[in-house]
Design a protein around this ligand. Structure first.
Ligand code: MN
Length: 241
């Protein structure tokens, strides 16, 4: 199956998680939080595996790591996926807002200049601002909004803009997340774990926790689980082809 947003490098034993992903034949988008973490994370993926490593600069540390933007530029030519990037509008990160916006818009400009990338995007408490930025950089690539938690109105705007969505067990456990997933275009949804940050049954989520997501989506969309699985695999093929 698929885990389209996972912090592989942040598990206590990332090599063991990578090995398990390989033995289960999982497609994994391994996102990173800083450009300086990219090479080490990419090295976790054995040759021939279906693990892809995205180049990122997480909004929650944009202020501290904005000095890594030149490294981001340097590495961008060699990657197809970018993430985790975006904006975090929760009060805790209010003091870094100006830096967040500058870093996010610079990255989107770089991606546009590079011909576009697949983008895994954080938008907690900032859905409207993220969408406004994306609207200004239409050539930056295909946005995949990870763990989207905006309003229904913001969801409509994201859908109209052509955004994709990656959804996980924690998001689909709540009524709000389920109501959002119900309205997402089914041909633009992918599963994610957001492990090890997201938790499931009191422990860090892992990429093979996807069954919980399949069950929830089957329930929300009123579709048999096998159909949901085939649909999501088809979506990934369509996104990356
Ligand atoms: Mn994440």
């Amino acid at each position: 199956m698929i885990d389209f947003h996972c912090h592989l490098d942040l598990y206590p034993d990332p090599h063991a998680v990578a090995r398990e992903c390989v033995s289960r034949n999982l497609y994994v988008l391994s996102v990173t939080n800083t450009p300086s973490a990219w090479r080490g994370s990419a090295n976790l993926a054995p040759a021939g595996s279906r693990i892809r490593t995205a180049l990122g600069l997480h909004p929650q540390i944009a202020a501290q790591r904005k000095g890594e933007l030149p490294l981001f530029r340097e590495l961008l030519g060699g990657v197809r996926y970018v993430g985790e990037i975006g904006l975090d509008g929760t009060p805790e990160y209010g003091s870094s807002w100006a830096d967040q916006v500058r870093v996010f818009s610079e990255i989107l400009q770089m991606c546009a200049d590079a011909g576009g990338r697949v983008l895994s995007i954080h938008s907690r408490g900032a859905a409207s601002d993220v969408l406004a930025q994306l609207d200004g950089y239409r050539r930056a690539g295909t946005p995949v909004l990870h763990w989207f938690s905006g309003t229904q109105r913001e969801l409509t705007r994201a859908i109209d803009m052509g955004c994709w969505f990656s959804v996980g067990p924690a998001m689909l456990a709540g009524a709000k997340g389920r109501a959002l997933a119900a309205r997402m275009p089914r041909d633009r949804v992918l599963p994610e774990s957001d492990g090890p940050f997201a938790r499931l049954d009191g422990r860090p989520a892992v990429p093979w926790d996807v069954d919980a997501t399949l069950r929830s989506l089957g329930d929300i969309w009123v579709e048999p689980i096998d159909e949901v699985r085939e649909r999501l695999l088809g979506n990934l093929r369509h996104l990356v082809e």
